[in-house]
Design a protein around this ligand. Structure first.
Ligand SMILES: [Zn+2]
Length: 72
């Protein structure tokens, strides 16, 4: 369950600052995201993106091994 608050406009700044090394909970405080449902939504999105990115790297490496590095 979520409160339905719009979060999309916060996503880019949140992701950029977390990738720059800031503490996710501090960034959420700065953005005024205090409800747990909203914090969870943004925070788990970052975790999810990192997992997808790691799978992408594996896939790219496999394609290189197969001599298909042009298919990224
Ligand atoms: Zn919420």
């Amino acid at each position: 369950m979520t409160c339905g608050a719009p979060l999309g406009h916060l996503w880019e700044e949140f992701r950029r600052r977390v990738e720059a090394g800031e503490d996710p909970s501090k960034v959420l405080d700065d953005l005024g995201v205090y409800r747990y449902c909203c914090r969870r939504t943004l925070y788990t999105s970052v975790v999810y993106i990192e997992q997808v990115a790691s799978y992408s790297a594996v896939r790219v490496n496999r394609l290189r091994v197969e001599g298909r590095g042009d298919l990224q």
